[in-house]
Design a protein around this ligand. Structure first.
Ligand SMILES: *[C@@H]1O[C@H](CO)[C@@H](O)[C@H](O)[C@H]1NC(C)=O
Ligand SMILES: *[C@@H]1O[C@H](CO)[C@@H](O)[C@H](O)[C@H]1NC(C)=O
Length: 316
């Protein structure tokens, strides 16, 4: 279902770019990098609930010396049917809501004042099909999304949304305007207090368009470093980290790993925590996230413990 974006989005005249502009831009970027580079902070985030394997919030070890975010995966604007179809921003619950109930979210927050809970939107697939970002128009999508998400967020006592669309039936400008307006409205309405995005290289054109216009309402960048090859080594990881710091200038870019079967990117065995230590020594590690608690459950969450321990230590 391809959408003619011209119907609702005026085409902008491309700015003529010259060598001088590029050089100036590079210089300004360099200045910004010097002043806006993220600093260390102790935030750990973990996705949970996508695989419906019964993993509970209370299964995951929580270090009380850090900030901890669970991220429910996922709410998707698709019908929850055997042949799911897009709903133009009307979100349904697709995380394991037989286990991850409002009462459990209430309990984990009561027991751990350092815990907040976010809701991730989109994800890779919906019942085996790609979960496409497919608005009918920016206005209708934003209106439907604000109403349906407000209801879910209030029922589950959530604090935040995370944007994880990975497939698109529309252009970058429409994605940026729709998501930017959604985050802005939910923040202005007091429904959420922070927001994050979860890009990877292949979708950077969409997320950098969003970042260009709405960086000020995006608190964290959950960059999916585990989308890189499984042969990634420490020096490659560090160069990817710097590259993405230039893509999302001024952003708090979290280092990340994937656990369970099919884990790619720089693994703990190949030096993920060494790379994090290097970033931390350079005072540019705002946090770490793991995809996912579902994948870590079988091994007893060793990397969750190690990541939180590393973040809890003030300096090296
Ligand atoms: C789980 O979510 C689905 C889809 O929104 C809903 O139909 C169902 O009632 C929910 N189950 C529980 C236990 O809340
Ligand atoms: C990391 O991988 C790159 C590309 O394969 C290679 O050139 C480099 O030598 C490797 N670094 C280390 C420390 O193994």
């Amino acid at each position: 279902m391809n959408i003619s974006t011209n119907a609702f989005y005026p085409s902008s005249s491309p700015m003529a770019s010259t060598c001088h502009k590029l050089i100036l831009q590079t210089f300004i970027t360099f200045l910004l990098m010097q002043t806006l580079t993220a600093q260390n902070s102790n935030l750990f985030r973990e996705y949970i609930g996508a695989f419906s394997n019964g993993v509970r919030l209370s299964d995951v070890p929580i270090n009380s010396f850090i900030d901890f975010h669970f991220i429910l995966a996922f709410a998707i604007d698709y019908t929850d049917t055997t042949s799911p179809s897009p709903t133009d921003g009307k979100f349904n619950i697709f995380w394991d809501n037989t286990t991850l109930l409002p009462s459990q979210i209430w309990s984990i927050k009561q027991a751990n004042p350092n815990v907040k809970v976010a809701l991730s939107l989109g994800g890779d697939t919906v019942h085996g099909l790609p979960a496409n970002f497919s608005p009918c128009s920016i206005d209708s999508w934003v209106n439907n999304a604000v109403i349906s998400l407000t209801s879910i967020i209030q029922e589950y006592n959530l604090d935040s949304i995370d944007i994880d669309y990975e497939h698109f039936s529309t252009d970058e400008a429409t994605f940026a305007a729709s998501i930017g307006q959604l985050i802005t409205t939910l923040k202005n309405n007091g429904v959420i207090s922070f927001a994050s995005i979860a890009p990877f290289e292949a979708v950077n054109s969409y997320y950098s368009a969003l970042w260009r216009d709405y960086a000020s309402v995006i608190d964290y960048v959950n960059f999916q470093f585990y989308a890189y090859d499984a042969t990634t080594n420490v020096s490659q990881f560090l160069s990817y980290y710097d590259k993405q710091s230039c893509m999302y200038i001024g952003g708090k870019i979290l280092a990340s790993i994937s656990t369970g079967v099919d884990a790619n990117g720089l693994s703990p065995a190949n030096g993920f925590f060494d790379a994090c230590t290097v970033l931390k020594k350079e005072n540019k590690l705002p946090g770490i996230f793991i995809w996912s608690a579902d994948g870590s459950k079988a091994d007893g969450f060793p990397y969750e413990q190690e990541a939180q321990k590393l973040l809890a230590i003030p300096y090296y």
